[in-house]
Design a protein around this ligand. Sequence first.
Ligand code: CP
Ligand code: NVA
Length: 307
Amino acid sequence: MRHFLNLSDAGGNAIAAMINDAIDRKAARHGWPRGKVDADAPLAGHMLAMVFEKNSTRTRVSFDMAIRQLGGTSVVLNSTSMQLGRGESVADTARVLSGYADAIMSRTDEHAKIEELAAHAAVPVINGLTDLSHPCQIVADLLTIVEHGKALPGLEVAWLGDGNNVLNSIVEAAGLMKFNVRIGCPEGYDPDMRFVDAARAGGANITLTRDPVKAVQDADVVVADTWISMGQDHAEAKLQAMMPYQVNEAMMGHAKDDALFMHCLPAHRGEEVTEAVIDGPQSVIWDEAENRLHAQKSILRWCFGQI
Ligand code: CP
Ligand code: NVA
């Protein structure tokens, strides 16, 4: 059974294969209507159940379209309208959904919940974001970086802001794909050190600094995300602490001239990034968002042993 709860469940070789697969499949259907099924329909007849305990635009629509383009079908469930929202256990929900669906994608809060789901499911489980990690986002991000002509080994990625779920998965990817991450974040907002330690053990250079300029200096890619993630308190103190880490034009000026700006979205213009940067020439956010679709297809194919 192939669950995709974190990037290390697949490993570096499989992630590289997913990126190549996504590039090929994206090219093969270039210009087609979005709802048309891929010529080879590799997951024909497969049903994906999606369970959302948090809001989503990209993950929800891209997975829905991904399984359809692969020839399958889907059902989207919001936990509040499920018995899960009234206290039915995660384990029982996993057992029941396993009788209807060929795979389950879940977005939840505590990471332990998706581990529980996977432990009791008889079908592959995919992490569509937890408080700990967001692996699907990072497959799309790596695809976007490669598409924009940058090789992953040795790449210098700068992260400014909160040490959150997205950063944890970027750090995990660094150890698997051999790139480096310079993290500029205020004290108290570091990423999960288990990911940092694992990435360093994998040979990645992971630097933590309180100096945002040091983090961004000569970077190939600059990444930001919301300062307040879903489920977190909108604390004024946190916003104040984050302010020096805003990605604005002056900050981007410290990165390499051809550096990319990336953001998983949704963005808060004027907080973690200024309008001039996110809507500027170095920003690749719309490619990044579209690539969620192409990446999800490769993740699904990996779950079913096709990659
Ligand atoms: N980036 C991302 O996961 O977006 P959604 O929250 O809209 O799914
Ligand atoms: N860190 C953000 C990512 C949203 C896609 C959150 O967890 O809300």
